[in-house]
Design a protein around this ligand. Structure first.
Ligand code: TNX
Length: 769
């Protein structure tokens, strides 16, 4: 996997100077841009001029200009009279209501650049806009323009999980700079989890001596890593000293980025419990988890007073390092199995008059909230903190869809939106067959851009409870800062526009056009962004009357030059240019890629289309497929398209507990040589390979004879998502009907998270040749 990822990074710089459309292609789009007359020309005489309180911003602006134009503008000393061609930074008095606390006015005139804001934060964002313009300024010239700008939301965040994989502190400095460049203002730092404790806590040195290190099982799939065995050494991990944290917090502060720390409780705490096992219900040492743990049962004991004493101590040191108003305490995915068996937890439930374990979790979080409030801080937690009763002053981070956020907003609590569907940047951003291994899902640039943080069901007043949104970078499958950058960009640009720009100005075509400029900025800044938006997607359409296909190709870049082939070879710059859907009247391998300046930007899309004997023939199912998993409708099993390793790609029919018994009517008696059934396994989604596939044939639809059957050797524990063809190769004459029975496993096997519960079976194509 690693090898594949680095070959993706090697794609050469394809845009340098070519696609850049102009300095006003800003991302995120400002609230208002009015073009003026003439231009401002930078020269080595250009200097900053402003009040003494803005000196550090003038210095910052100077470094920024120097990085773009190669010379450092001076700073006119206080009291001196400025010359011409100045960059004037100004705080407005009185307060300009339209600009608010983070807005700015940027006026570029032939003889002066003015940045005015109510507060330094606004001046800082004005400088960011100026910096973006300079990336496109030819010969240091900028067009005259008046930009009035302010953010739509006050919370514009990026979350980074450094627990699953440790990220060196230097990389976090870079991310702070990248956030500032996108006018984002929160870094949510996920510092602890089952797989590592990354924050030095002086009172509990074992948290990092023990909790920061795990046994190295990086060679195994994340979900196939056994816990530590006696005698094994813990060598994999890392942590941040308090000095390092303070310096980063200060650096971020100077860039108007607030770092919110997250200390997880009561679950996702195995690293802490490896250091202090006595804080769990069982007291048994399980070690720091080297990979995935599910369900998460080994959690802090809610019955012991020591747990709360420990957490209050940890939070006290945490608050001393992080001045943020919000302190995130996690709260997600706590399985209550140990609490149910623990006499102390049960005693607590009784004494506190709680109904059951969910209320015990609510007691836990409420108690911690009181502690934070007493110290002038606000508790933020994942939406599970709603279960069993939300703590009175808590704010909710809605990740399991929008529901948690809606419920919390209706109750008058503030909310940060981060639903998995649009904000999980650990999901694939392109065709999984062309991407480095990711956790699953598919959240493309366009999908992120379509995100609306304020759910439509909220009233205007309730909508005000939505503070903003955040992109989450969980790092189970991301082990280096380079890979993290790849996952974050360009998707963070789409999110930045969602949370900064006015809702009315949202326009995908315009955004994707401006992204061509943004990609160039990324190259100048050395950001190793993903080219996934340049990948080609195919959209086959079955034409049942002619039993042929028509295939459209799309991408997420503006004005793409798509070239394709139908003979299985990789497209080149002289392959046919795609202009309209392509007719397919025989089995082919279609390949397509986007070309810029004569070079393909990504590896080509490769899709096989099968025009076999059963295409567009009527199919009857003995047991109907799940309503939710209907693929593309009635011809899904015979539409000439095999599904990918993503069971949600629209090509798969799903059967819950039932077998798939499909009878295909070929329309007339023909000779056949083989029948191949395409199935998928994705154990994380409770989808298993069929136990067996049986093929029968008939001339009249009444009397069937068995043609053959086939099983497989794929273990039900395989963590990867797999597809497999069940091939029955045997010729038969005068076949009009083909009946395929794929036997569902029925129930999830022992050891699986859903053991004993219903299993799914998914089939995409039945190829009759
Ligand atoms: C769920 S989001 C989790 C994380 C995982 C993530 C993977 C949340 C509050 N909990 O522990 O890393 O899914 O996408």
């Amino acid at each position: 996997m690693k090898i594949r990822f680095f070959s993706l990074l090697l794609v050469i710089s394809v845009f340098a100077g070519k696609l850049f459309a102009g300095p006003l292609d800003l991302v995120p789009l400002p609230a208002s841009i009015q073009k003026g007359e003439g231009e401002f020309e930078f020269s080595p005489q250009t200097a900053f001029f402003g009040e003494p309180g803005l000196t550090s911003l003038m210095e910052y602006g100077g470094r920024m200009v120097a990085s773009k134009l190669g010379f450092v503008p001076g700073i006119v000393p206080a009291g001196a009279i400025p010359g011409s061609a100045m960059i004037r930074l100004q705080l407005s008095a009185p307060f300009d209501g339209q600009l608010g606390t983070e807005g700015y006015l940027l006026k570029i005139m032939p003889r002066e650049i003015l940045i005015r804001a109510n507060l330094p934060a606004g001046v800082f964002y004005g400088l960011q806009t100026l910096g973006q313009m300079l990336d496109g300024a030819e010969g240091g010239k900028l067009p005259a323009v008046t930009i009035t700008d302010h953010p739509r939301f006050s919370y514009r965040g990026m979350h980074i999980d450094v627990a699953r994989h440790f990220m060196p502190i230097e990389s976090l400095y870079r991310f702070v700079d990248y956030l500032a460049m996108h006018k984002m203002n929160v870094l949510h730092w996920h510092l602890v989890d089952d797989q590592g404790w990354r924050l030095e806590i002086k009172k509990y040195p074992k948290l990092t001596e023990v909790g920061a290190w795990r046994v190295d099982r990086e060679e195994l799939h994340w979900n196939s890593r056994p816990l530590i065995r006696p005698g094994e050494k813990t060598t994999y991990g890392g942590f941040y000293t308090q000095e390092e944290v303070k310096a980063l917090v200060q650096y971020a502060r100077e860039r108007y980025v607030t770092i919110i720390p997250e200390i997880e409780m009561p679950a996702h705490a195995m690293a802490a419990l490896a250091a202090y096992p006595e804080l769990s219900c069982t007291g048994i040492y399980q070690g720091v988890a080297p990979g995935g743990v599910w369900p998460i049962t080994h959690i802090f004991c809610a019955g012991k007073e020591e747990t709360f004493g420990f957490l209050e101590d940890v939070l006290t040191e945490t608050m001393a390092l992080f001045p943020s108003t919000f302190i995130h305490v996690g709260g997600d995915e706590a399985d209550k199995t140990e609490w149910k068996k623990c006499p102390l937890c049960q005693k607590r439930i009784k004494e506190e008059g709680l109904k059951e374990e969910h209320e015990l979790q609510s007691y836990f979080i409420t108690r911690v909230e009181k502690f934070l409030s007493a110290h002038g801080r606000k508790l933020l937690g994942w939406d599970e903190i709603l279960e069993g009763g939300l703590a009175p002053e808590a704010s909710v981070m809605s990740w399991r869809g929008e529901e948690g956020g809606i419920a919390a907003a209706k109750m008058g609590h503030t909310v940060v939106m981060t639903p998995g569907s649009h904000c999980y940047f650990d999901y694939y951003q392109g065709d999984p067959s062309l991407e480095p291994l990711a956790i699953g899902g598919l959240t493309t640039l366009k999908k992120v851009y379509s995100f609306e943080p304020v759910p439509a069901v909220l009233t205007e007043k309730e909508g005000k409870m939505i503070l903003g949104a955040q992109g989450n970078h969980w790092t189970e499958y991301i082990s280096t800062p380079e890979h993290l950058e790849y996952m974050a960009f360009p998707r963070l640009a789409a999110l930045a526009e969602v949370v900064w720009s006015p809702k009315e100005s949202r326009n995908w075509d315009d955004f994707s056009r401006r992204m061509n400029s943004q990609y160039l900025r990324y190259e100048k800044a050395g950001i190793r962004y993903a080219r996934s938006a340049f990948q080609v997607w195919s959209h086959p359409r079955l034409l049942p009357e002619t039993k042929t296909l028509e295939v459209a190709f799309t991408t997420e870049v503006s004005n793409p030059e798509i070239r394709y082939t139908l003979d299985g070879t990789d497209p080149t710059v002289s392959s046919p240019l795609y202009t309209a859907p392509v007719a397919i009247d025989r089995s082919v391998v279609a390949k397509a890629a986007v070309f810029v300046d004569g070079k393909s930007v990504t590896a080509p899309l490769s899709r096989q289309f099968y025009l076999h004997k059963a295409v567009a023939c009527p199919v009857t199912l003995k047991y109907p497929n799940s309503l939710k998993y209907d693929g593309s409708g009635e011809y899904t099993l015979v539409d000439g398209v095999k599904g990918s390793a993503n069971f949600n790609d629209g090509n798969w029919k799903g059967f819950y507990k039932d077998d798939m018994v499909a009878t295909i009517d070929l329309g007339k008696a023909v000779g056949i040589q083989s029948v191949e059934t395409h199935a998928i396994q994705d154990v994380g989604s409770w989808i298993f390979m069929p136990k067996e596939v049986v093929v029968e044939v008939s001339a009249d639809g009444q009397n069937f004879r068995k043609l053959g059957s086939v099983t497989h050797k794929i273990p039900v524990t395989a963590a990867e998502k797999l597809t497999h063809d069940f091939l029955v190769k045997k010729s038969a004459k005068k076949v009009r009907y083909v009946r395929v029975t794929a036997r569902n496993l029925g129930i999830c096997p022992p050891g699986h998270a859903g053991a004993g519960k219903g299993a799914h079976l998914f089939v995409s194509e039945i190829v009759v040749d």
